[in-house]
Design a protein around this ligand. Structure first.
Ligand SMILES: Cc1ncc(COP(=O)(O)O)c(C=O)c1O
Length: 389
């Protein structure tokens, strides 16, 4: 088998990307004012069955904006997962609030059992406010991440949020296209069940604009404010008066041109992701000690990122596997380092982090790009069968 480099997750730009970007250039609409931006917003909103959407420069900018819209202020607390990309937590600190780190369950998403226990045992609920018993801080919101395209247990999390008057931000940056097929939220897309949902179009995501994000909500006031905040909070276009501290967060027409072309291919990408996931599944079934992380039963997942779990009976550990794959031109990586253990957050509150640490120790992400060939998958599979070598 020919051994070319197999990257972890790279863009697939074989649709109308060049055509639409060329139009943007030819019409000289390259900045935030162009028509592709509002078109991309409308089409994305339509895809996830939301009334509207507001574009932004990145998923991180979207989460930052969402926190401001929901009234999170300095010294408030926000519950965030520890097992995710750090961009889900950093915006909490941008506004001077404090994260409280929560553990995951076996879906790798936030554990609702621990979330409830934390609210019951570590907080008191007074006059409609959830207060952290340790420091009296007001816990106003929870950021739920749909890790790798899986779905967090939204039914339980939304019930807890309602009981304790918590706002819910869904970080659906990795889960565009994932939706419930059964249960209370059947037909609902990841990102559309909480107060505000965020998508990312970073280079490694299921669709990409190079960099970019989208804010969705059922609440039109939130979206109006999102547009205002992401466009420098201009209250008068002609005289340049501003009524808030705004941000230069709006997506450009060039990015939106890419986004529109990518969105046209999203369902096709999801089909490919599923097909490749099944192919890996077949191979991994026969490898002792190694298993592919599953996606929840009640959903149609976008199958964005694949994780393999290295069990105790696998011949090598996580790091040995990563190095072995690298030596053989296959890019892989461990799951993110837990956020509560990172330098800026070592003093932050973390609630009984156990499962996250366990998964951190055992999970390796393997190549999952939509342009993987079947030969690539067979090559990665053969390398994973390390006991046979
Ligand atoms: C879970 C999670 N949250 C937030 C982000 C931030 O998105 P962006 O890179 O678009 O800022 C990402 C990805 O990059 C992510 O994976």
């Amino acid at each position: 088998m020919d051994k070319h480099f197999i990257p972890l997750s790279v863009p697939n730009l074989k649709g109308n990307e060049l055509k639409y970007v060329t139009t943007a250039v030819e019409t000289e609409w390259v900045s935030t004012g162009g028509p592709f931006v509002s078109d991309f917003e409308a089409k994305l909103a339509q895809y996830v069955h939301c009334p509207n959407a507001v574009s932004c420069q990145s998923g991180t900018a979207g989460i930052h904006t969402a926190l401001i819209i929901l009234g999170i202020e300095r010294d408030d607390e926000v519950i965030v997962p520890t097992l995710t990309f750090i961009a889900a937590a950093n915006p909490v600190r941008y506004i001077g609030a404090e994260p409280v780190f929560m553990d995951c369950d076996d879906s790798l998403c936030m554990d609702p059992v621990k979330l409830r226990r934390f609210c019951q045992e570590e907080c008191c609920f007074k006059n409609g406010k959830l207060l952290d018993k340790k420091n009296g801080r007001h816990i106003k919101a929870v950021i739920v991440v749909h890790v790798f395209g899986n779905m967090a247990d939204m039914e339980s999390i939304l019930e807890i949020a309602k009981q304790y008057n918590l706002k819910v931000i869904e970080d659906a940056t990795e889960a565009l296209g994932t939706y419930y097929t059964t249960g209370t939220y059947a037909g609902k897309y990841a990102g559309t069940m909480g107060d505000i949902g965020i998508y990312s179009f970073n280079g490694n995501k299921i669709i990409t604009t190079g960099g970019g994000g989208m804010i969705v909500s059922e609440n039109s006031d939130y979206l109006k404010l999102a547009k205002h905040l992401t466009t420098q909070a201009k209250s008068d276009e002609l005289y340049y008066t501003h009524d808030m501290v705004g941000y230069n967060y709006r997506m450009t027409n060039l990015q939106a041109a890419l986004g529109l072309a990518q969105l046209e291919q999203l369902e096709q990408f999801i089909d490919i992701k599923l097909r490749n996931y099944r192919e890996y599944s077949k191979i991994l079934k026969n490898i002792r000690g190694l298993s592919l992380l599953p996606f929840c039963d009640m959903i149609r997942s976008n199958h964005w990122f694949y994780g393999v779990f290295c069990g105790e009976d696998y011949p090598v550990d996580r790091d040995q596997l990563i190095h072995y794959l690298a030596e053989n031109k296959v890019q892989s990586r461990p799951i993110w380092g837990l956020i509560n253990e990172q330098l800026p957050y070592q003093d932050a509150r973390a609630y009984h982090i156990e499962r996250a640490r366990y998964y951190w120790k055992h999970v390796v992400n393997i190549p999952c790009s939509t342009n993987l060939s079947n030969d690539d998958i067979q090559q990665v599979g053969a390398l994973l069968d390390i006991g046979k070598r």
